[in-house]
Design a binder for this molecule. Structure first.
Ligand code: FMN
Length: 212
């Protein structure tokens, strides 16, 4: 089947892309408005983009409806310039999903999901205490493209629970962290527990010696 996204209904682009660019990591973002009110919401249009400097990107679509109303996360980041990406692991998946509920503004997603917070190292926005790892970010820039915003954040500090760090690298013990990935927009996710396969890189010298 072929799809011409220039002529298809706009909703097709979302439905197809989120099924094909998968699995995706999930950023459970904590942000703060100018009055200090905390917000939490998950975003899977998310990845790191480069490491020198350490920049990650997040795609946030405006709120559904006719107006150009940004989601609270995008608005907060524009106004206060800081956010935390809390890493989503199996044990906090249900709580992450509660944070995606469209609660009225006076209701705290963190409270509804029974999450607590812990201070960040370098920024005002706190991390989620139940998350095993968190990336503290300052807004590098926000691009408005159509009904969406692409937010680039510079990672200024990280928190990782000691047991998930191999100090040799330092590396993350990813096979023990049990992050989850989003597979589509239908509520489907993948676990990474016991799912690792190892494919070491091949140098050209090894290739010439017949290594495959
Ligand atoms: C796993 C998951 C991933 C999501 N990813 C995105 C995303 O990448 N971009 C987006 O605009 N909304 C995404 N959403 C929807 C937002 O989380 C949802 O609209 C949320 O209510 C926004 O909250 P806010 O207005 O407090 O920022 C996702 C929802 C879930 C459950």
């Amino acid at each position: 089947m072929n799809f011409d996204l220039e002529t298809s209904p706009k909703s097709h682009a979302y439905k197809l892309l989120v099924g094909l660019v998968a699995p995706r990591p999930i950023a459970l973002i904590t942000s703060m408005n100018e009055h200090g009110h905390l917000n939490a919401a998950p975003f899977s249009a998310y990845n790191y983009l480069c490491t020198d400097p350490p920049i990650l990107g997040i795609g946030v679509t405006n709120k559904s409806g006719d107006g150009f109303v940004p989601k609270d996360t995008a608005r907060n980041i524009r106004r206060t310039g800081e956010f935390v990406v809390n890493v989503v692991t199996e044990d906090i998946a249900q709580q992450m999903n509660i944070c995606a509920t469209d609660f009225p503004p006076e209701v705290s997603e963190l409270e509804m999901a029974a999450f607590t917070t812990a201070p960040s190292l370098k920024i005002k926005v706190p991390r989620i205490a139940e998350a095993h790892a968190a990336l503290e970010c300052v807004e590098y820039t926000t691009m408005e493209i159509g009904r969406s915003r692409i937010i680039l954040g510079r990672v200024v500090a990280m928190y990782v629970e000691d047991r998930y760090v191999d100090p040799e690298g330092p590396y993350i013990k990813a096979d023990e962290l049990h992050s989850i990935g989003r597979m589509n927009g239908l509520g489907n996710y993948v676990r990474t527990r016991d799912a690792f396969i190892s494919i070491p890189r091949i140098s050209y010298a090894e290739w010439k010696n017949g290594k495959r």
